[in-house]
Write a protein that binds this ligand. Sequence first.
Ligand code: SDX
Length: 433
Amino acid sequence: MTPSDLKATLSFNDGSPSIELPVYKGTVGPDVIDIRKLYAQMGRFTYDPGFMSTASCKSAITYIDGDKGELLYRGYPIEELATQCDFPEISYLLLKGELPNPEQKQRFKNLVTHHTMVHEQERTFFQGFPRDSHPMAILTGCVGALSAFYHDTLDIHDPRQREISAIRIIAKLPTLVAMTYRYHIGQPFMYPRNTLSYSANFMHMMFANPCEEYVINEVLARALDRILILHADHEQNASTSTVRLAGSSGANPFACIASGIACLWGPAHGGANEAALKMLEDIGAPERIPEFIKQVKNKRSDVKLMGFGHRVYKNYDPRARLMRATCHEVLQELGLHNDPLFKLAMALEKVALEDEYFISRKLYPNVDFYSGIVLRALRIPSTMFTCIFAMARSVGWIAQWDEMTSDPDQKIGRPRQLFVGQTPRMVKPIGQR
Ligand code: SDX
């Protein structure tokens, strides 16, 4: 980041001295005002719950321009990456900063492929979960448990050991997500197949069974690959910020990834695709859209248009547009082009995009609006949607964790507060309370 000649002066109307604060420029996007010395010099904090105007770190990985509806991974537009690359290439890009050449790609692919198995003891953890547990509960536990297998040899300040942790996360998440699904439906775990591509291997572990040959549908495998690309990273969203905060204490990276999974589960974040599909199923038919929209506008109803709106995008989420195209391709491939839910989603989107209530609030479809329809067409149950999101986002999480851990300026995250509780008081003996 570049110090600029621009300075910010903060003054108060109570006569206390003003303070001059440095302003830094990034390569693109808003400048930042460096307030690190504010408390030491002024005895005051800034106040920004939800971090609406706060940069928590510097990063070179992903950039979003919410007004333009632009998303860049290491400078490349998501529209180009999603149509010209596969998920392993995107994983390499997010981790290393450049797209791999053929030799680098093959070496990276081999590394990931040969780490897809989990320790046989991991399999026993599943037995403790009720079969009908929410898959995200199982995944949070089983990914956190990986820290039990990879802790004593882990020096997070050794770049080589950070790299192997990243490879293990990228390689083992699909295996654990598939095992979560298989445990949920009472079918035997399928081992990874080293001859298959990343996404095809995942579909094999999810849907194959030991009794017959499983034939990969390459169109569907490619669609899944694109879904993973679209969900891979997204600046300092809630779950990525959770991973960074957990990692800032030097915690085991597998435990940090588990904290990201826990945060992603929330319906306001990664749980939205499951909620958006349920919303479409509840609406049921286009003629019921007006009634639903009326509920959304009624603040007391607490009904939200799931899959719409975004903290950063105040324009169309570019991932939603690519997801809609993928939805169309998959439904065509499966002969479901008349899928009523897809048609309902497009009708609902049209109504919302023409309604002043949503226009005035800059509410557009986000990545979750169509992803549920695609995943459902891929025969992935809605309770597994956020697990798929976690599988994709684990690459962004571990890349951000690696960037933070290797940053010499990195400190443990420790926000302050505006205290609005009791002023100091003495304890009275119980008889006098
Ligand atoms: C993801 O951060 C990321 O990058 C996240 C993500 C990623 O890749 O990591 O992009 C993934 O989480 C996508 C978002 C998925 N969540 C949903 O689709 C759930 C529905 N969306 C909302 O919950 C909401 O839009 C948020 C949480 C996504 C954003 O909330 P903000 O920025 O805090 O927006 P807000 O609550 O301040 O909304 C501004 C106004 C409010 O109305 P008023 O008080 O001004 O009258 O818009 C309204 C909100 O009530 N509003 C909605 C709405 N979202 C916001 N009204 C109806 N339906 C909605 N979906």
